[in-house]
Design a binder for this molecule. Structure first.
Ligand code: E4P
Length: 218
């Protein structure tokens, strides 16, 4: 499963890139707004840091405007994936932009029926929001499993991007469910590294090594 960082913060992206395990980035209007720069400028900076798919979301909600905004975003860099909300005009814009060879990420997906529409419209990526479904008392991961089954039944090429991930368990379960991509905040990627037995084991290895070799001057 590819790991994407769900942030528009350049410091977090630099730190993630430095580890060598970040495959791409997702942003949304809320994440861009937090950084205080116009979207085109912030996205261009992100493209300089991460060598992979970078999702940039339109803020228009009407078909013609979504398409023109999407075309403009796609011109920023060859790695741009245009993110469109899963509304009627968004699906229509997805069909148009996909037909022009512009890659799209259909976002705010909360049902398998919506995911089916996105795939039929030629979406490159579908983004089901796991955490936000958990927040309202549902099991978000069931949606990933259901979409994976439907896409596999019909051979859809749309990649499933498990979004709104809040924990390491979400990441592991997304991979088990067959998501192609998991997008997560920097702190969740950071947590993927951790296990107390790793730290304890390393401490013991280094102690044993030091005892055997440092006292004899080797
Ligand atoms: C990803 O594309 C979404 O914008 C993101 O994962 C939403 O996450 P949140 O529910 O934590 O805001």
């Amino acid at each position: 499963m590819k790991i994407f960082l769900d942030t528009a913060n350049l410091d977090e992206l630099r730190r993630g890139a430095d580890w060598g395990i970040v495959d791409g980035v997702t942003t949304n209007p809320s994440l861009i707004a937090k950084e205080g720069r116009p979207i085109e400028e912030q996205i261009a900076r992100i493209c300089d840091i991460i060598d992979g798919d970078i999702s940039a979301e339109v803020v228009a909600t009407e078909y013609e405007h979504m398409v023109s905004e999407g075309r403009k975003l796609a011109k920023i860099h060859k790695h741009i994936v245009v993110k469109l909300p899963l509304i009627r005009d968004g699906i229509k814009a997805c069909k148009t932009l996909s037909g022009e060879g512009i890659r799209t990420n259909v976002t705010l997906c909360f049902t398998a029926a919506q995911a089916l529409l996105a795939a039929k419209a030629g979406a490159y990526i579908i983004s089901p929001f796991v955490g936000r479904l958990d927040d309202i008392g549902l099991t978000g991961m069931d949606l990933i499993r259901s979409i994976a089954k439907i896409y596999s039944n019909y051979g859809f090429k749309t990649q499933i991007l498990s979004a709104s991930l809040r924990s390491t368990l979400h990441v592991v379960e997304s991979a088990e469910a067959g998501a192609h991509i998991g997008t997560m905040p920097f702190k969740v990627v950071d947590m993927l590294f951790n296990h107390p037995l790793t730290d304890k084991g390393l401490e013991q290895f280094l102690k044993d090594h030091a005892k055997a070799f440092q006292s004899s001057g080797q």
